[in-house]
Design a protein around this ligand. Structure first.
Ligand SMILES: Nc1nc2c(ncn2[C@@H]2O[C@H](COP(=O)(O)OP(=O)(O)OP(=O)(O)O)[C@@H](O)[C@H]2O)c(=O)[nH]1
Ligand SMILES: [Zn+2]
Length: 304
């Protein structure tokens, strides 16, 4: 069967399970775990907003019970002891509708309207930055900040308009810009020997950045998102994240390192400055830098 252009280009993703996660930061988030037809990794979507619904998760499956649906997380509203119907939350007066084929019929009362500009971060896994307090990169800071920005109306320190409680962090298992943690640790040793983050990858016979963000794009489309405000400095992400007419990047929201705008805050180390400098100088990241770059500009000048 001839596949349409969308089917040929985009990976197929399927949400396997969703669960409510009460967070230490205040809002509940809904963690979605995806399978896909490209790799055997468990890519995730951290969804802010109970009403942002995965079409693949909520699609009715032959022979399943309402209990089965609630167990995999395909329910509307809140779970509580004794609840028997996944598709109706009596306490909140919410009821989902489905078409003949079992696909969710969306309405503004129960489902986020994907035409809304939705604040999104497509984030690659970084164990060292997110879990091991590493000051070699800004990934952990970016991850935390994306969550805070999606949860708030406006970021006080920068005035950036937040997601007011609606948005998604697509969390791609692309550790080490896709080379994996073991190779990334070797890259760190090469960096301590004087290489930069791009040279280290190449010395290890890897591309500087071989990531493909298309699984993230498919996940956003599955979540019914159409217009995204993308939190990134990475031009490649902007390029790859859009897929008109299914997904449009309506705004790039910069992620300026906190240390650059708030003295004494954020991550400050010679390693992270070197990492950021390389991303600007050699990977074209869209950061206006107070860094003393080795390029033609005078130290301290703002790059346009
Ligand atoms: N190979 C390698 N990967 C690194 C190094 N430092 C961080 N990383 C990886 O770089 C990736 C960072 O990706 P993201 O945080 O999504 O962001 P980005 O591509 O830098 O672009 P932004 O969206 O602007 O933050 C993660 O996979 C990290 O594990 C390094 O020195 N070498
Ligand atoms: Zn990192």
């Amino acid at each position: 069967m001839v596949q349409s252009e969308e089917e040929v280009i985009l990976p197929k993703v399927r949400c396997v399970a969703r669960a409510r996660i009460p967070t230490t930061q205040g809002p509940d988030i809904f963690l979605h775990l995806y399978s896909n037809d490209r790799d055997n990794k468990e890519h995730l979507a951290i969804v802010f907003g109970e009403d942002i619904r995965s079409r693949s998760l909520f699609r009715r499956r032959n022979g399943e019970s309402q209990q089965d649906r609630m167990i995999r997380g395909a329910y509307v509203g809140k779970l509580y002891p004794g609840r028997v119907d996944a598709d109706i939350d009596d306490r909140q007066g919410l009821a989902l509708q489905f078409d003949q084929a079992g696909n969710l019929i969306t309405d503004n009362q129960t489902t986020w309207n994907g035409e809304n500009d939705t604040l999104i971060r497509v984030h690659s896994e970084c164990y060292t930055g997110e879990t091991a307090w590493s000051a070699r990169c800004d990934c952990g800071e970016q991850f935390d900040r994306a969550g805070k920005l999606i949860a708030c109306e406006r970021e006080a320190s920068t005035g950036i308009v937040g997601g007011s409680g609606h948005g998604v962090i697509v969390y791609l298992r692309q550790e080490g810009r896709g080379i994996g943690l073991s190779e990334k640790l070797k890259a760190y040793n090469l960096q301590d020997l004087g290489a930069d983050t791009v040279q280290a990858n190449i010395l290890l016979k890897h591309p500087a950045d071989g990531r493909d963000f298309s699984i993230g794009k498919s996940i956003l489309i599955d979540l019914g998102i159409r217009n995204i405000r993308l939190l990134t400095n990475n031009p490649e992400k902007i390029e790859q994240a859009s897929h008109p007419p299914l997904l449009n990047c309506v705004e790039r929201v910069p992620m300026v390192p906190i240390h650059w705008t708030q003295e004494g805050e954020g991550i400050h180390s010679k390693e992270v400055e070197g990492y950021l400098r390389t991303k600007i100088e050699r990977m074209g990241h869209l950061l206006q830098s107070p860094l003393n770059l080795h390029s033609a500009t005078q130290p301290g000048n703002v790059l346009v």
